[in-house]
Design a protein. Structure first.
Length: 393
């Protein structure tokens, strides 16, 4: 019996990890972190695969789960597009599903092709940009792989409306019973509405009632990987999660915020009141609306444990892990110490867009573990506001 490919990759990954940690003599001790055993296990796993993931981009990544499909829909809401190209003097239409990313994330595109079992599409590299893309235009693949996915797991932003226009054009295009000129006229009319922001179509975009039943952490993580950022603000070393989208997708932003408000803290959380005290409003940002979370206790006790239960598939996972470590250090009171400030600056130099520049290496696992092993300066059983008012260096 031939061993499945994913099992082989699992053992390769395990052997690499064991060899690395024996060689480096690393001992991960999370005794100072008050998370439940399950969340400590998730955090330990994230740390064990921290540099390994960064270098090999998640080798155990071939299994197609319902969680991954929901992730891909969220990622598509952020990074995907549905396109209609009219060729040959309006006599032929080509329809494509496209995702475009930074060139350093090319393995994410390959992973998507692998999981969709698409072998006839190559990754295209733009020579004048640091980007790469996949564009799926094969009729059978679109009909049997792409459309069933987005029919079963609806897109939740305004992109849902674009998909429905594109979907209608696709089935018109393959309908051999229609006169070609009639078919093309209808497709051209649909293309004119595609990927536009028209106020008169606003009532046709997803609303909060039909978004909420499909909102989940897998979709949210996919969308964060496309449109979110784990940010570090210089003012008081504030740590934020920001997610933004066009104002016409405000219902999706509100549904994300509502979902965050419904999340439960880690079972070891000793704080019983006001732990989920994030703002329930969206923040306007030019022609966008933004979800922004800023409170340390919400991040520490609620957001990080729930994100650790969910898989990241792009290099933004590195941003999340480093940001989560900073949140933990801030909750523990370590970030205000000289050691904490040095580590903070090390993270700032390689975080978010800076991670694409190889001259700014990510912190090594030993320095992360050393920071987590420092005895908390604050009383973790108290709120961060209480600690910051009552404890000074």
């Amino acid at each position: 019996m031939i061993m499945k490919n994913w099992i082989i990759k699992y053992w390769i990954k395990l052997l690499k990890t064991v060899r690395y940690y024996i060689t480096e003599n690393i001992n991960i001790d999370l005794n100072h972190i008050m998370y439940s055993t399950n969340i400590k296990y998730k955090l330990t796993d994230a740390l064990i695969n921290y540099t390994h993931y960064y270098n090999d981009n998640n080798v155990l990544n071939d299994q197609v789960s319902e969680d991954w499909k929901q992730w891909l829909v969220g990622f598509t809401d952020g990074e995907g597009s549905f396109r209609i190209n009219i060729r040959n003097d309006d006599t032929r239409a080509e329809l494509n599903f496209t995702i475009k990313l930074h060139v350093d994330d090319q393995s994410v595109l390959q992973d998507i092709l692998n999981k969709l079992d698409v072998t006839m599409v190559n990754i295209h590299f733009q020579s004048d940009e640091d980007t790469c893309s996949i564009s799926i235009g094969d009729r059978d693949i679109l009909l049997n792989k792409v459309i069933p996915l987005f029919d079963k797991y609806p897109l939740l932003t305004k992109k849902r409306y674009d998909y429905m226009l594109w979907r209608e054009a696709f089935f018109l295009n393959i309908d051999k019973s229609l006169v070609k000129t009639e078919k093309m006229n209808k497709i051209i009319q649909l293309k004119a509405k595609l990927n536009k922001y028209a106020k008169e179509d606003l009532s046709l975009y997803p609303n909060i009632e039909n978004i909420t039943p499909y909102m989940n952490m897998n979709w949210i993580v996919g969308f964060i990987e496309g449109e979110g950022s784990f940010t570090i603000k210089s003012q008081k070393d504030s740590l934020h999660l920001n997610i933004s989208q066009h104002v016409y997708s405000s219902p999706a932003m509100q549904a994300i915020l509502n979902h965050f408000l419904s999340l439960t803290p880690d079972i070891n959380c000793p704080i019983k009141t006001n732990i989920n005290n994030i703002s329930n409003k969206l923040y306007p940002d030019k022609n966008k609306m933004r979800v922004m979370t800023t409170t340390v206790d919400f991040h520490y006790w609620i957001l990080i444990p729930n994100l650790l239960k969910t898989n990241f598939y792009t290099r933004k996972r590195i941003d999340f892990i480093l940001w989560a470590i900073l949140v933990i250090l801030k909750k523990h009171g370590i970030l205000i110490t000289p050691e904490g400030q040095r580590f903070l600056n090390e993270v700032k130099a390689c975080h978010n867009s800076k991670r694409y520049f190889k001259a700014n290496p990510i912190p090594n696992i030993k320095s992360i573990i050393n920071m987590l092993n420092i005895t908390p300066f604050y009383d973790v059983t108290k709120t961060h506001d209480h600690n910051s008012r009552n404890y000074k260096l």
